[in-house]
Design a protein around this ligand. Structure first.
Ligand code: ARG
Length: 566
């Protein structure tokens, strides 16, 4: 695709003798509205070099500049030189690139030969997969897709919380009150009940706490009975989690959770010792981080058992050795900011220069509109129930709007789930947000169903218009304001994807495809497509086609399906 900004740089470079291209690029601004141009070059810097006032420099240069056929006008206003993109060229470059690249439009090969690990979801086993977990799951999945799209060799890791003192409690509780059959009938709920009961009883009875510690130590030591119980708890939990992942259409390449690192810790602790990092404090082993304004990192508890932090350190070292990553990304809530700062600092103190390549991608919390998410199962809101409800409600909407649709169930699933994912990815990830059923499932406004519906509408337009991809069109016919505005949004798509990657921020894509959707609907409402005369009809159908392609790619990068009909 033509890089119009680069063409501005080239045009200025030819006449500015003295500035290098990078500097010129840094001086290019985007005017507040397109009637002032697509790009503006401010002449203050050149004025200094030439010792003239910026206005006359701008005036002089404007006369000299040759923008080739990339620009339809180059105008001088005060100290600025304003560039107006040649609209026919814009249409041509956008349409021809999308035609040529199809679903790859917007991708680059910036990730070639580079490994990117994306760790996300990572729920704790034997605990409900609740509404709070969905954020990590969908943000992580989208980042995975974005990195993959940009050519990275990408790996999805689920760092299951399958280790720690709570398993000591669970094993102790199971041995006291557990019943395998009961648990298997509704694993997570029953395990949760056991866990809650154990905690309540342990409040009154110190001995229970002792038992829990005993069983966790046994587990770490490889006691067969403990291991077997633990494995069973892990299996039934994973089966439950997989129901949610299946609904969301999300997969992982590895489920090496915390337990996987238990035998990899002694080596790491020894290494810390040799590097002189460890200190004793009240019977525990710590790394002092006061110098860096942080509380100490706990490496070993006073009873000798290892900790969450230690496992993260061991995991990072393992990942570096095993994958030799370029980026090691963690999508984990902002409550754990300090934890990540601490252990990444420890990696740095151990002398590993790749500490900088470990990236914590935090996000804010979801809260619930009062009552809207309460479910049959009581207080805890299970994600599976939320997803099922979204599908059900969408099916009702479809029954109302389009009762003759084929495969209604399938579409209801794609739209209902898509709606939830879209809501999650619409706001800047760091912001807390309130989940609202009404907003999520609406077919209008800034929602998933609105984008999906527009995509389906584009698709049916193409069908009705008997669209052919190899049709030659006259690009200059796409010159109405609403056509040009849509073309501009499509033109920006590749830069938007790169920006989303650099900022680890899928919402940049979500918002942009909403802009494309709005621009498309404006175009559609103001520019007749099927009833236009032959040449214009062909050109407009082509615009419909390229929009459809980009919407589909955008939705795909978010992990949302794009049904052809709905
Ligand atoms: N299991 C943890 C939780 O649910 C999240 C794990 C985050 N990942 C990590 N490498 N520490 O809170």
């Amino acid at each position: 695709m033509i890089d119009f900004k680069q063409e501005v740089v080239n045009a200025i470079f030819e006449v500015s003798n003295g500035l290098d291209k990078e500097e010129i690029e840094s001086l290019i601004e985007t005017p507040p509205s397109y009637d002032m141009g697509d790009y503006a070059f401010a002449c203050f810097r050149l004025a200094k070099i030439f010792r003239k006032d910026p206005k006359s420099i701008a005036e002089e240069l404007t006369k000299k500049i040759d923008g080739g056929d990339f620009f339809e006008a180059i105008e001088n206003v005060g100290p600025y030189i304003n560039f107006f993109i040649n609209k026919s060229k814009l249409a041509e470059t956008v349409i021809e690139s999308i035609k040529e690249r199809g679903a790859k439009f917007g991708s680059t090969n910036m990730g070639q030969g580079r490994k990117a690990l994306v760790e996300f979801s990572s729920p704790n086993i034997a605990k409900p997969f609740h509404i709070g977990h969905i954020r990590s799951t969908v943000i992580g999945n989208s980042l995975y897709k974005i990195f993959k799209f940009q050519g990275f060799d990408t790996e999805r890791l689920n760092h299951l919380g399958d280790y720690g003192t709570q398993f000591g409690m669970l094993i102790a509780a199971y041995k006291k009150w557990g019943d395998m059959e009961v648990i298997e009938s509704d694993p997570i709920n029953e395990l949760l009940k056991l866990y809650v009961k154990f905690n309540e009883e342990a409040e009154k009875d110190e001995e229970l706490k002792e038992e829990a510690r005993y069983w966790f130590k046994e587990l770490e030591a490889g006691n067969e009975e403990a291991l077997e119980l633990w494995q069973w708890i892990r299996d039934v939990s994973l089966k439950e989690f997989n129901k949610v992942y299946d609904l969301l259409g999300i997969e992982f390449d590895s489920y090496t959770g915390e337990s996987f690192y238990s035998d990899k810790m002694p080596r790491v602790i020894k290494e810390m010792e040799e590097k002189g990092l460890l200190q004793e404090s009240e019977g525990a082993v710590i790394i002092d981080l006061e110098e860096y304004g942080m509380p100490p990192a706990l490496i070993k508890k006073s009873d000798g058992s290892t900790l969450y932090t230690t496992r993260d350190i061991a995991a990072a070292i393992y990942r570096k050795e095993h994958y030799d990553f370029y980026k090691n990304i963690y999508v984990v809530g902002s409550q754990q900011n300090l934890h990540f700062k601490q252990w990444i600092k420890v990696i740095e103190l151990m002398g590993y220069d790749w500490a900088d390549d470990c990236v914590h991608v935090p996000f804010g919390m979801v809260s619930l509109e009062d009552g809207t998410l309460s479910t049959r199962r009581g207080r805890v809101v299970f994600l599976e129930d939320v997803l099922e409800k979204a599908i059900e409600s969408t099916l009702e909407i479809i029954e109302e709007r389009n009762p003759d649709l084929n495969n209604k169930e399938e579409v209801a699933k794609e739209v209902g789930i898509g709606a939830i994912i879209f809501q999650e990815l619409f706001n800047n990830r760091i912001k807390d947000y309130v989940f609202s059923w009404e907003k999520t499932l609406s077919f209008e406004g800034e929602t998933g169903p609105y984008v999906q519906y527009t995509h389906a509408r584009a698709n049916s337009l193409l069908k009705k218009g008997n669209f052919k991809l190899d049709e030659e069109i006259d690009h200059s016919l796409l010159n109405q304001d609403n056509e040009v505005s849509l073309l501009r949004f499509l033109y920006q798509f590749p830069a938007v994807v790169t920006d989303a990657l650099n900022k680890y921020e899928p919402s940049i894509i979500t918002r942009h495809i909403v802009e494309i959707t709005k621009a498309f609907n404006k175009f559609y409402n103001s520019c007749p497509v099927l009833s236009a005369e032959e040449e214009l009809r062909k050109a407009r159908l082509m615009l419909v086609y390229v929009t459809k392609v980009v919407l589909k790619t955008g939705l795909d990068l978010l992990g949302i399906a794009a049904p052809d009909r709905m």
